[in-house]
Design a protein around this ligand. Sequence first.
Ligand code: MG
Ligand code: ZN
Length: 379
Amino acid sequence: MNRKFLLYSLLLALTLASCTTCKQEQTCEVKPKNVILLIGDGMGLPHVVAAMAEREQPLNMERCTHTGLSKTYSASHYVTDSGAGGTAIACGVKTNNNMIGMDKDSVPAESVLEVAERNGLSTGVVVTCGLTHATPAAFIAHQIDRHMSQEIALDFLTKEVDVCIGGDRAAFEKREDGRNLLNELKDKGYTIVNGIDSMMAVKEGKLIGFLQGNAYDIPKMPERGDVLPKGVQTAVNILSQNDKGFFLMVEGSQIDWGAHANDMSYLLQEVYDFDEAVGKAIDFAEQNGETLVIVTADHETGGLTLVQETPDGNISWQEMSSYGAARPQNRKYIAKFSTTGHSGCMVPVYAYGPGAEEFTGIMENTAFKNKILKLLNIQ
Ligand code: MG
Ligand code: ZN
């Protein structure tokens, strides 16, 4: 009897306990109004661990309250490329490597960004590669091959993406068909600017910002400067003016490039830069209260492992080096790459904010779209 009473009291106390997110009763279910999805291209778990090992301060990614793992294989290959990987995340379908925004039978699939736009939410992409590159393209374009940058650029005209920040101005203005898409986009109401300072001065409306002024390529860190976190801030300032909410995709594009080069210094600086962008997103989510932040990767690049300095006491640094190891100073491990390509390992998923609990456990990379749409209550 006494035990039963205690049990009932405990259940009652649990029911009345307040929700940690909204400080209201537990029965309330806070749904996100805004979603910021950050993709570290090629960012496997070892890339994150290496970045953690380098630093005394925790990464911003560690501020996320929920973690999971994503299976990255594509329809055609166990080891995906960024076209199929981005398409799976954006459109919720497994497709063949190289394909953008369509399933393996070449049927276009609507992306989470497109569904958000169709439902009146504001949308944006902020990347440190060309806007026509595979990952951003997977959210905006529908093409059979990721390398069709001319056609992918044309797909931007069929959308109303509110904020596009990245590179590859050439695909828009130095075109084989002679068209200047930037003029056409201006006619559609876009403000088009070059360089991060000009972008930050734009406070409303539709924006296309090219990160490198008149240059076509975006340099790596640290030459590039903090354009990615600033780009995220710029996008969030504009997109958050919509009462219906927004969807923003942010990509740390060059983590992948550093890993392809088996260059630990390049890779790490790109992870830190991406993590600064994650920090901007979480800062906004923290004060906004209605924003879900998801951090993940499209695949792992480099087949990276972290091993002890002298694994068996015999292998010297120089010997390791010939296998592609790197050993910057102050490091307690040796980074060793097993490929200059991608690997098939699962990648981490981190989430913060209302709905974050949906992103735990082991999931297919095709699960993101529907989880996000369900939480935003749109279809
Ligand atoms: Mg990419
Ligand atoms: Zn890659």
